[in-house]
Design a protein around this ligand. Structure first.
Ligand SMILES: Nc1ncnc2c1ncn2[C@@H]1O[C@H](COP(=O)(O)OP(=O)(O)OP(=O)(O)O)[C@@H](O)[C@H]1O
Ligand SMILES: [Mg+2]
Length: 1107
């Protein structure tokens, strides 16, 4: 919730002087002092802000403060310059009204600081953005530049502005700054050449000498020592709290930000240096033949350096300091200058040079900060101009006269605008306008500025008049013309009432300004108004090669010689003030009236007389009177109702109807006299501050009551809440305690009950036990008795039965014996003849039957060797025979299953076994290998097609064998084919038949006893084939080959059986020689196969690996 506050809250004294009661100068100052003592440096007069200079930094300009005052109503918070700035800015932004902020006050009262605070506030609250920030920065940085060149230390202010400044800040429709225009008024240029005691020249001279680098100073031909320059006063060259060197850096930086080029800065510094040099030029008299003294430059060094700096021909300037050309009616005359005139010319040049430089700086800054966009913009003007000046100790001169004239104009516009505003508000609010009595200073303005007989007009007239013109002739003129004027006073006045007034010297006149009387000394008026610079000097300046210099002295251009006199200083000032006033009149004014509390420039001191003096000449009391001439206080109905609604039951706490009705009800209820207020359209107007304070007082009392009520209710609520809390807690505690106590009690009862229960149960159980035991004993006794009884009975019965059985049994036995006897007699009679043989046969038959059935378990496999053991010894021979017969029978059954081929195979295998079993070690490994016969697949393989076709008979065996070479024992592969009638050896690769031997030519076959595959086919001696010799071959299928050879021999009818010779040494006939082939058991290194080696001509050794 937004907290509604008001200026009236926590006020120290009164925040708004309009509410001051009683209103007089004393109460005014007491109020100011009271507030000042409490650090409240701002006080309002309606919308005017009075600002007291605190001479110390107060924590009231922080960003938080800016936020606090931002978008708040003027009277909502305690008085502050930010409230005024905010009001002006919002009115400019939201209502499209151009604003001006007029800051007045005497030197050192804080005008410049106030103007900077306003600018910084506006900069803080207006829009942001890169471009906007740049503009803001340029506007703010123009201040240090102008302050360096236009401010100086004076007795009253260490940073006194020696020029008037009006700055228009331009904004776009959004309220963002676009740029600005600065106007300057009347620079106090006399300060360039001469400063009163305790004061300094403009800051820039000191800043340049202290802050510039050695290099820069050398270029400018300057020396750091202030004492080397006549124009610099020495007694206060160093000011406490001012760091000139640092300021110089700030200024250079500010110039850069504002947009000065480096060359421009350099030019400006050169001109500053030139002014210092100019001050050092001195003159000496030189007598001329005509008896007049002529001035000559004493020491030309400074002149030379200055000329070098500016690019001026030294002789031209030197001449300009000695001669003066006067032109009248096309005639040129040259007159010499005496030393005094030369000094006058020098100082005039320095002053002009500096003031023109200053004006140029303002123009240059304006060029940089001027708004770029041509669109319509809103304007906020800030006027920081010298306040009313009255010197008591020093003479008031032309400058004070001008300044005070300006302040008269400002006062006039103030009165005009305040009244106009007041009147406008009354009309707007539909309140009757009653004429306000106030002092109108138009008459004083007229005295000064009237075109016919105004003081300025007369001064101009005097200056332009031919003949001798002095300040005294000017005073005379004033005395004659203004004599009747009621605000003009002079000793020589025809009005004799001042003839005896000794406070008014003869060379002075006095004007009764609205702020008080001021005594002016006429001395210097004419000269200062003339502001004469000899044309020779301006022409010399124009001749300079320094471009800025030429710009500053355009009248020195010989092509534009103007014989008309330049406008006087007074005239120029009047004109610019006129323009300023016109400008201000179109804007909505906002006033800041600055007051300085003491002359010592220190904090916490409030000098009544000094403040009183300022209050008087700022016309502040008058200001309050004007403000409250009609109604002292006004407030929108809503705020009024909000603030005072607690004073009336009908409006408290809420008023439902329109605010105006609410206020009416409220005021009637409070019995405020009807003449004390008037109802406007949106505001209530209260005539007398007293009425307001009565309302405030009642409100305060009411608030106290309300506060008491709130306090009462709050305390009641708090105590009640506390009590309820305690009560609740007590109930909780009690509940817990009761629970605990009950639990304890319950536990006790429970354990007691258990004890009792156990005792009772025990007793009961024992009772039952006793009962049961008794019953059991009873039962046992009965049983025992019954048992005994039954036993007796049973024994008795048993005895009876035994007796009876004995009797029955004896009968049965006798009967059985009798029957047996009978049967045996019958059996013997019938059976005795052939029973033995039948029983024997039957028994034997049964035994045999059982024996044969027992043999059923044996299998049909010929391999099965099992046979049941013989059961009876008498069956031994039959048992063996039966076994043999059964075996033969099952072998026959087995063989019956064979096909013819299979039969042939087995026959071959059988034959092989007959030949080799137990004779050759190779045999056992061949048993499991079936005899395939054709290992080469000679029928199918197309490779052996030719060989196959060459064979006339069926090939029984075809295999790859190695034919052993006698020469080295190595084998060469041969195809071995066997048919019924011959065997053939053919080449393995070509299939070409190498040898074909008819089987009848084969005598025998030799093989070893070992596991090798070597065999020799020995041919019958004298046969046809024997001529080639025997064949020593080796084959993996040796067993098969030999078996097949043997079998063919066996089955062939036409020849003998082939001999098979099995021994480890045999002879082989190779062509003519017989070679012995010897088989030995070889070592493991020979591998798995047997290797043949020739040992000598007659011996081939075959080593066979051990099995
Ligand atoms: N609001 C302020 N807070 C703190 N110090 C202030 C304030 N206003 C002014 N001062 C002090 O007072 C001095 C003089 O103020 P300022 O230069 O603004 O006076 P001025 O009215 O412009 O004087 P002049 O007419 O000579 O230019 C400042 O240098 C500063 O030290
Ligand atoms: Mg100032």
């Amino acid at each position: 919730m937004e907290v509604k506050t008001s200026l009236l809250d926590n006020m120290i004294g009164v925040g708004d002087m309009v509410l001051l009661e009683p209103l007089n100068e004393d109460s005014f100052i007491v109020n100011l002092r009271n507030r000042f003592d409490h650090n409240e440096i701002y006080t309002y007069i309606g919308s005017v802000v009075i600002s007291m200079n605190p001479y110390r930094s107060l924590p009231i300009y922080t960003p938080q403060k800016v936020e606090e005052y931002r978008n708040r109503n003027f009277y909502e918070l305690s008085p502050h310059i930010y409230a005024l700035a905010d009001e002006a800015y919002r009115s400019l932004r939201d209502q499209d009204k151009d604003q001006c902020i007029l800051i007045t006050g005497e030197s050192g009262a804080g005008k410049t600081e106030a103007s900077k605070l306003v600018m910084s506030y506006v900069a803080a609250v207006c829009g942001k953005g890169q471009e906007v920030n740049k503009v803001k920065e340029q506007l703010l940085q123009s201040n240090p530049v102008l302050e360096a060149f236009g401010n100086a230390k004076t007795m009253r202010n260490d940073n006194s502005s020696r020029f008037g400044k009006y700055m228009d800040i331009e904004f776009d429709f959004k309220g963002d700054p676009l740029g600005g225009v600065i106007s300057n008024y009347l620079l106090e240029k006399s300060r360039v050449c001469k400063q009163p005691r305790g004061e300094r020249n403009f800051h820039i001279f000191y800043q340049l000498l202290s802050g510039a680098s050695d290099d820069t100073l050398m270029k400018l031909k300057l020396d750091r020592d202030f004492s080397k320059y006549n124009y610099l006063s020495l007694d206060s060259a160093n000011v406490n709290g001012l760091d000139d060197a640092a300021s110089f850096r700030t200024v250079r930086n500010a110039m850069q930000i504002v947009g000065f080029m480096e060359a421009e800065v350099q030019s400006v510094l050169e001109l500053v240096a030139a002014v210092l040099k100019l001050g050092n030029i001195e003159f000496k008299p030189e007598s001329r033949v005509n008896g007049f003294d002529e001035s000559r430059v004493k020491d030309k060094n400074d002149l030379k350096e200055m000329c070098e700096l500016l690019g001026i021909e030294q002789s031209v300037l030197e001449r300009a300091f000695s001669y003066r050309t006067v032109e009248a009616k096309m005639e040129k005359m040259s007159t010499t200058l005496n030393v005094a005139q030369a000094y006058y010319a020098r100082d005039a040049l320095a002053k002009n040079l500096y003031s023109r430089l200053f004006s140029w700086l303002v123009t240059r800054i304006n060029e940089s900060i001027k708004a770029q966009a041509k669109t319509r913009h809103k304007v906020m003007g800030v006027l920081d101009i010298y306040g009313f000046e009255i010197f008591e100790v020093r003479d008031n001169s032309f400058e004070q006269f001008i300044i005070n004239y300006c302040n008269e104009k400002l006062q006039q516009i103030f009165i005009e605008l305040t009244l106009r505003e007041e009147q406008e508000e009354y009309i707007r609010e539909d309140i009757e306008w009653t004429n306000i009595e106030y002092f109108n200073n138009a008459i004083i303005c007229d005295l000064i500025e009237n075109n016919q007989n105004g003081i300025l007009a007369m001064l101009d007239e005097e200056c332009l008049r031919p003949g001798t013109v002095t300040d005294d002739t000017f005073l005379d003129k004033l005395n004659t013309i203004c004599a009747e004027h009621q605000h003009f006073e002079s000793r020589l006045n025809k009005n004799s009432k001042f003839l005896t007034d000794h406070s008014l010297p003869h060379s002075c006149f006095r004007i009764q300004h609205y702020a008080g009387k001021v005594l002016y000394r006429v001395e210097g008026f004419v000269d200062k108004n003339n502001d004469l610079l000899y044309r020779d000097l301006s022409q010399a300046m124009y001749k300079a090669t320094h471009s800025l210099m030429r710009q500053l002295f355009p009248e020195g251009n010989p092509a534009k010689v103007n014989l008309k006199r330049p406008p006087t200083a007074g005239f120029q000032f009047k004109a610019s003030v006129g323009v300023l006033m016109k400008n201000l009149q179109t804007k909505n004014p906002n006033y800041i009236r600055c007051i300085k509390p003491n002359d010592k420039k220190v904090a916490h001191i409030f000098t009544d007389s000094l403040v009183c003096h300022q209050v008087r000449y700022l016309g502040l009391v008058e200001n309050v009177r004007v403000r409250r001439a009609g109604y002292a206080f006004r407030q929108p109905y809503e705020s009024c109702l909000e603030r005072y609604k607690m004073l009336c039951k009908k409006t408290w706490p809420h008023w439902r109807g329109p605010a105006r009705d609410g206020v009416e009800v409220l005021l009637t209820d409070c019995s405020v006299p009807t003449e004390e207020f008037a109802y406007g359209r949106s505001k209530i107007f209260i005539r007398n501050p007293r009425t307001l304070f009565t309302l405030e007082e009642r409100r305060r009392a009411c608030l106290e009551d309300l506060a008491t009520l709130i306090q009462k209710i709050y305390r009641g609520w708090k105590s009640r809440t506390h009590f309820l809390l305690l009560k609740k807690s007590q109930v909780v505690v009690a509940a817990w305690y009761r629970r605990y106590a009950q639990q304890n009690k319950y536990q006790k009862i429970k354990s007691a009950t258990l004890v009792m229960q156990s005792f009772i149960r025990g007793w009961k159980a024992r009772n039952i036990l006793r009962q049961l035991k008794y019953e059991k004993r009873c039962k046992e006794a009965v049983t025992t008795i019954a048992a005994y009884w039954h036993g007796t009975q049973a024994r008795r019965e048993l005895r009876r039965l035994k007796e009876e059985a004995r009797r029955k049994h004896a009968v049965a036995i006798i009967w059985a014996y009798w029957l047996g006897l009978q049967v045996r007699r019958e059996y013997r009679k019938f059976f005795r003849a052939n029973a033995g043989k039948k029983i024997y046969d039957f028994t034997i038959q049964r035994i045999m039957q059982k024996y044969f059935l027992g043999l059923k378990t044996t299998t049909m496999s010929p391999m099965d060797n099992t046979w049941p053991a013989k059961p009876y010894g008498f069956l031994e021979g039959a048992h063996t025979q039966l076994r043999r017969i059964f075996h033969l029978w099952r072998c026959k059954k087995y063989r019956g299953q064979f096909t013819e081929e299979k039969k042939a195979v087995y026959e071959e295998k059988l034959e092989a076994s007959e030949i080799f079993k137990d004779k050759k070690a190779l045999y056992p490994s061949s048993v499991s290998q079936p005899f395939k016969g054709d290992y080469l697949e000679i029928q199918k393989n197309p490779k052996y097609q030719k060989l196959n076709s060459a064979m006339e008979e069926k090939v029984l065996l075809a295999d790859l064998v190695n034919k052993i070479n006698r020469a080295n024992g190595k084998g060469s592969p041969r195809l071995f084919l066997l048919t019924k009638s011959n065997f053939v050896l053919a080449d393995q690769k070509t299939g070409q038949v190498k040898a074909s031997v008819p089987l009848p030519d084969l005598a025998s076959v030799s093989v070893s006893t070992q596991s090798d595959g070597f065999f020799a086919l020995k041919l019958k001696e004298g046969s046809a084939s024997a001529s080639k010799g025997d064949f020593l071959l080796s084959s993996e299928h040796l067993i098969e080959i030999i078996t097949k050879l043997h079998r063919i021999g066996t089955t062939a009818a036409d020849r003998d059986q082939i001999n098979i010779d099995i021994s480890d040494e045999f002879l082989v006939q190779f062509k003519q020689d017989k070679v012995c082939v010897k088989f030995i058991q070889g070592g493991p290194k020979n591998g798995n196969s047997a290797a043949c080696k020739r040992k000598n001509n007659r011996l081939l050794e075959v080593s066979v690996p051990s099995p």
